[in-house]
Design a protein around this ligand. Structure first.
Ligand code: 6PG
Length: 219
């Protein structure tokens, strides 16, 4: 694995501070790629109440998405909008779901969106209990993608067809922040730290920071 593991009691609070500082330090247009899940929701709710983020010059991308309408309860964009994006004056939100009428079309179109940025200031990632990250699942062919930045994906154990950043896209992050909370994640994180070849262990970026609560870090 790459990066620093920081054990913190307040993962959302630590996330909000790290992201604020990274976006404030970015010159000109800053970029933030959001993720999905319950941990991300808590992180975005905290970030929404954090002062000092230059939202008017932040462009938001979606790092992975369930291919459902944005108003669907499982939409990552819908979650991020409710928790954060509709509450702060972001410069732009680049919708992954709206990029195409099928996951494959959306992936091809979103490839062009991500390709515009030589680097992304912050890419946020979560960790699944199976050690997936984004929508890069164990055993998936997408794990070995070396050229495309965005692909369609799916997995029988996870709901909905997906569109997801690949590891080459994640690697464009100046800072990748992985937030991990709760005892159910302890085994997955331990496998990442042990060097097992699980999806999240393949995360590479300019800098990778793992923000982990004590329960998840107990493995
Ligand atoms: C998704 C997410 C996924 C998530 C992890 C953690 O679309 O499902 O992008 O990678 O971040 O599964 O989710 P929880 O915080 O809900 O455990």
């Amino acid at each position: 694995m790459q990066g620093e593991v920081r054990i913190v009691d307040d993962v959302p609070g630590a996330f909000a501070e790290v992201v604020r500082d990274a976006l404030a330090a970015a010159g000109g247009r800053a970029t933030l790629a959001v993720s999905g899940g319950a941990t991300a929701r808590r992180c975005y709710e905290r970030l929404a109440g954090t002062d000092g983020v230059p939202w008017e010059r932040v462009e938001v991308l979606v790092g992975d998405e369930r291919f459902v309408p944005v108003d669907h309860e499982d939409s990552n964009e819908g979650m991020a909008r409710a928790a954060l994006l509709d509450r702060v004056p972001v410069a732009a939100v680049h919708s992954m779901t709206a990029a195409g009428s099928t996951p494959e079309e959306a992936a091809a179109a979103y490839q062009e969106v991500v390709a515009r940025f030589d680097a992304l200031d912050v890419v946020h990632l979560g960790l699944g209990e199976d050690a997936h990250t984004a929508s890069l699942f164990p055993g998936a062919a997408e794990l070995d993608e070396t050229t495309r930045l965005v692909v369609a994906a799916e997995h029988p154990d996870h709901p909905h067809p997906r569109v997801t950043f690949t590891f080459p896209a994640i690697a464009r992050a100046r800072l990748a922040v992985v937030t991990v909370e709760g005892a159910p994640k302890a085994e997955a994180l331990a496998r990442v730290r042990a060097g097992d070849d699980v999806p999240a262990a393949r995360v590479r970026a300019g800098r990778v920071l793992w923000l982990v609560d004590p329960a998840a870090g107990a493995g």
